[in-house]
Design a protein around this ligand. Structure first.
Ligand code: ZN
Length: 265
C-alpha cells in the first residue's frame, strides 16, 4: 500500500507512503493516490484535504524504473507515452486541482519534477524550511514536466531560470515568489499544516467551495486550463524527439544529469 488515508475532525489526510524510495511515484502509487483524492472529494464528512509525504522527502518525482502495472509495448511509441501520461500526469493533477474542497500540501525535503504535479494542484502549500523544489528535466531533452504550473506558480522569468538551469529553489525563495503560503521549521510541518486545516475546516463548506471556484475560474479565464493542455502537448514533442533520436522517451546524458542534480542540491 503506497498511500495512507485517514479522516479526523473533517480533515482527510492523504500520505505518500513509500519513504524507502523517497516517495517516488510509480503507476500503482498514482492510481492509489487518485483513489484517495476521489474518496476525500466524495465523503461529506471531509471539508479539507491534506497531502503529505512520509519520511525525509516529499517526493523524488516519477519513478523511472519499469513499472509492472504498465507493460511497455515491444516497440515504444509516442501514442503509448501520451496515453499513459495524459491520464496520470495531466488528468489526475487537473482533477485534484478542481476538487471543490480546499487542499493543503505539506512539503519537506526534495520535491523534484513529477513531485510538483502533486503539490501544485493543491490550493495551499506549507513548506518545511528544508524543502527544495526543482524540475531538472531539460537535461533529459524535455522542456519541463507534463503539468506546466511553472509560469503560473513562479512567474515567467523565474520559471525560465529554473527550467534552463535545472537548479532547485529553496522554501524561502518559493515563499517570496508566492508559490508557497508559509515556511515552517521541519519539526513543526505536520502540526502547522494541521492548524491551518482546522482553521479552514471551521468555515462553511459552501463558502469554501465558492471561494475556491472563484480563484480557479479566474485563472481559467486567464488561460490556465488552455495553457496546461497545450503545454502538455509541447512536453510530448520532447518525448517524440527523444524517441526519434535515441529510441527512448528521454535523452539520458548521465554526465549532464549528474551536473544538474549536483547543482540542484
Ligand atoms: Zn513525460
Amino acid at each position: 500500500m503506497y498511500i495512507l488515508y485517514d479522516v479526523a475532525d473533517n480533515i482527510a489526510t492523504i500520505t505518500l507512503n513509500r519513504p524507502e524510495a523517497a516517495n517516488a511515484q510509480n503507476g500503482p502509487l498514482l492510481e492509489e493516490l487518485n483513489d484517495a483524492w476521489v474518496k476525500a472529494a466524495e465523503d461529506p464528512d471531509v471539508k479539507v484535504i491534506i497531502l503529505r509525504g512520509e519520511g525525509k522527502h516529499f517526493s523524488a518525482g516519477h519513478d523511472l524504473k519499469p513499472d509492472p502495472s504498465t507493460p511497455v509495448p515491444a516497440k515504444m511509441t509516442l501514442e503509448h507515452i501520451y496515453q499513459v501520461e495524459a491520464r496520470r500526469y495531466l488528468e489526475f493533477s487537473l482533477r485534484w486541482r478542481n476538487i471543490p474542497k480546499p487542499s493543503i500540501a505539506a512539503v519537506q525535503g526534495r520535491c523534484i519534477a513529477g513531485a510538483l504535479l502533486l503539490c501544485w494542484p493543491c490550493d495551499l502549500i506549507v513548506a518545511a524550511d528544508d524543502a527544495k523544489f526543482s524540475d531538472p528535466v531539460v537535461a533529459m531533452g524535455i522542456g519541463g514536466v507534463e503539468y506546466h504550473g511553472h509560469t503560473w506558480e513562479l512567474g515567467a522569468r523565474k520559471a525560465k531560470e529554473i527550467l534552463f538551469t535545472g537548479r532547485a529553489i529553496t522554501a524561502e525563495e518559493a515563499e517570496k515568489v508566492g508559490m508557497v503560503n508559509k515556511v515552517v521549521p521541519r519539526a513543526d510541518l505536520d502540526k502547522e499544516t494541521r492548524v491551518l486545516a482546522e482553521q479552514i475546516a471551521a468555515m462553511p463548506s459552501f463558502g469554501l467551495r465558492q471561494a475556491k471556484r472563484a480563484v480557479n475560474q479566474t485563472l481559467d479565464v486567464q488561460g490556465f486550463y488552455a495553457a496546461i493542455q497545450s503545454v502538455f502537448d509541447v512536453h510530448q514533442t520532447g518525448h517524440g524527439n527523444a524517441l526519434s533520436v535515441a529510441g527512448y522517451p528521454i535523452l539520458v546524458n548521465l554526465d549532464q544529469m549528474k551536473t544538474t542534480i549536483k547543482s540542484a542540491n
